[in-house]
Write a new protein. Structure first.
Length: 118
C-alpha cells in the first residue's frame, strides 16, 4: 500500500511563498501521476495541479497558473508544489494523490493546511 505524506503547509502572508512536499515511503512515485488537490471550508475539493508519471506533462488549474509549479524530486519518491504570490483564496487543506493518470486517485495523503492571511 502506497502511503503519501504531505508537508510544508503553514501560515503565510499574502504575496508570500510556500513549498509543499508529497513524500512516499518504501515506494517510488515514478509509476504514478501525482495530483495536488485542495479543499477550502464549505467548498468542494478541486484539482490544482498534476504531473504525469513520466514528468513530461504538467497541468494547472486556471486559478494557479503562473503562480504554482509542480515538480518531481531527484529522489523519485517526492513531488513538490511550489506556491508563489499566494492569495487569501488559496487558503485550503492541500492533498496529494497518486493515480495512473492525472486526476485519477488510487491513494490519498492526509493533507496539509495552508493559510494565507495578514
Amino acid at each position: 500500500q502506497l502511503q503519501l505524506v504531505e508537508s510544508g503547509g503553514g501560515l503565510v502572508q499574502p504575496g508570500g511563498s510556500l513549498r509543499l512536499s508529497c513524500a512516499a515511503s518504501k515506494f517510488t512515485l515514478d509509476y504514478y501521476a501525482i495530483t495536488w488537490f485542495r479543499q477550502a471550508p464549505g467548498k468542494e475539493r478541486e484539482g490544482v495541479s498534476c504531473v504525469s508519471s513520466s514528468g513530461g506533462r504538467k497541468t494547472y488549474a486556471d486559478s494557479v497558473k503562473g503562480r504554482f509549479t509542480i515538480s518531481r524530486g531527484n529522489t523519485k519518491n517526492t513531488v513538490y508544489l511550489q506556491m508563489n504570490s499566494l492569495k487569501p483564496e488559496d487558503t485550503a487543506v492541500y492533498y496529494c494523490a497518486a493515480g495512473y493518470v492525472c486526476y485519477d486517485v488510487v491513494y490519498w495523503g492526509q493533507g496539509t493546511q495552508v493559510t494565507v492571511s495578514s
